[in-house]
Design a protein around this ligand. Structure first.
Ligand SMILES: [Zn+2]
Length: 183
């Protein structure tokens, strides 16, 4: 299902809307502006007064009225984490299916490591098992990349399986150039 990228009035990504949620926002008059080529029209019911079928044309990115919140904490879940690491185990470098990957804590939780973006990487089950309760140095398993916390633009891209070209153009303006998936 295609989703609409929601912005606040400052142009910061604020989530993904279903088509239905986007239509409701239009109907309430909350959409301040849209960006990108119009999507195929979505048809609603027959209007009693005119006998015509209503239709609404959505744009792939819409800015919605409302409070501007400072700061953004990207939620951490395995799906977005594995996409951040390109479904690659950051110890052996091989690519795996999502079901074959695990969330590894670089500094193990039992040793005070926290569950945050900067301390977690995708790891295959074998590497996770071999590394066990050790740091990469102790296990002689150097990390192939430095784990990072995605910014707001990167996270919205990673959180969505299917992104339209206009949405990708908008989000990728704020990707760091060295991301594997940034080009
Ligand atoms: Zn591995």
């Amino acid at each position: 299902m295609q989703a609409i990228l929601r912005l606040d009035l400052a142009g910061q990504p604020r989530g993904w809307l279903t088509l239905q949620e986007a239509i409701s926002a239009y109907a309430r008059g909350d959409v301040v502006y849209g960006i990108g080529d119009s999507l195929p029209p979505v048809f609603g019911g027959i209007q009693r007064s005119s006998g015509l079928r209503s239709s609404i044309t959505l744009q792939p990115i819409i800015a919605i009225e409302g409070r501007i919140i400072d700061g953004f904490t990207p939620p951490l879940c395995n799906r977005t984490l594995f996409r951040r690491d390109d479904h690659r185990c950051l110890y052996c470098g091989n690519q795996f299916r999502r079901s074959e990957l695990t969330r590894d804590h670089v500094l193990p939780v039992s040793r005070g490591g926290t569950d945050k973006w900067e301390n977690v990487v995708a790891a295959c089950k074998r590497c996770n098992w071999v590394k066990d309760n050790h740091t990469p140095e102790e296990a002689s398993m150097p990390l192939l990349a430095v784990p990072f916390r995605p910014n707001q633009f990167e996270w919205h891209f990673l959180a969505k399986e299917r992104v339209l070209a206009d949405q990708m153009d908008y989000l990728s303006q704020q990707f760091r150039a060295d991301r594997d998936w940034a080009h």
